[in-house]
Ligand binder design. Sequence first.
Ligand SMILES: Cc1cc2nc3c(=O)[nH]c(=O)nc-3n(C[C@H](O)[C@H](O)[C@H](O)COP(=O)(O)O)c2cc1C
Length: 378
Amino acid sequence: METPTLEKLLREAARDAALSPSSHNAQPCELALLTSDEAHRALAEAGAPLGEGVYAAVALDPARCLCALPAHRTEMLVSGGIYVEALSIALAARGVRADLRWRLGGVPPELVRLLAPWEPLAVLHLTPAPADTEAKALLPLLAARRTNRSPYRSEPLDSTVVESVRAARSRAFPESSEVCGLVTLTEPDVLARAGDLVRRYGALEFTHAAAWHETYAHMRFGPEVIRQAETGLPITHLLAKPLPGWQQALLRAVLSPPSMRVLRPLGLARSMAQQSGTLLERSGMLLYLHFHEENPSEAIQVAAGGRLLALWLALAARGGGLHPVSVMVQHPEPRQRLITELGLPPGRGFFFARVGVPTAELPPAPRRRNAAERVRTV
Ligand SMILES: Cc1cc2nc3c(=O)[nH]c(=O)nc-3n(C[C@H](O)[C@H](O)[C@H](O)COP(=O)(O)O)c2cc1C
């Protein structure tokens, strides 16, 4: 039997990496294979050995990136790190070793120019290696993992599940365990205080005009639209239940930015924040990820995505669900309140989520099609 080429294996791995979670399901990552003469020249000039293997770049497509809030830059970098982690798992499972040659901030300018307008987050050197059995075991979890927004069972999570989340390590960014901190919160009084904070600040998600405008543009309403969607957030996933077409149409009208402005005095945003707070305090655990510094480098923010996917997969392996509540870390005031009122460590919070055993299973979220074919040769 013929051995598949590294390019073929990369294209196959791209299909698995496409299942990575990303903020608003924007799927901002693209993949390029650096095999043109020009790319080889740039690689050689930058000191990369060309004898063995191939080079590939993971990049952000600015056209797909969220930008309404400064915190969205972090979310895009973290989503990029998640993608690199998923790709590394998918490659290792297929017998391809992916060494991180350069990362955001250090990519040689000539390669940056060749990839423009994409913004390279990581340049990987791919070489053949024995298939990695641990990575093989993770492969089905890349497909099984979900953002589960259903209510969770309220009893505390089993301590082995909590431990597995704490122990999860990124394979693409091993240093991410040091550069970003993880806090797991299971005490009922802490969960109650966190629920209060979400009730107090959660409405910001709907009342911040620019952020809501962008979120709404990513929402998908209507059975046919949802079936065809390749990106974004189906309303049935956001509400974690099936809805007839007429209700979806009604919600499309009610949630539109102009109606939300008009309905604001009626307290719609407040009532949605109340529900969100209640769901949160009735979960088995809260998860908080933070950088130790207030202004970490962008490379550190990408690396953090590796740790996040590793722990998300560890949860998925044990039937645990995760539902981010990013509004609490997107705005300076709730971000600070989380620290002071929940007694969290100092530093910049970048991910806050409820975790638990979901009461409902959910279908997969939409994904961009033809991931293998979309790998661009540069
Ligand atoms: C950095 C980041 C932030 C996210 N924030 C939220 C959030 O605030 N609320 C939410 O419901 N989902 C959030 N999500 C989940 C995404 O919407 C989800 O990953 C995407 O819709 C794809 O769905 P899936 O995770 O089920 O594959 C976030 C995901 C990431 C990676």
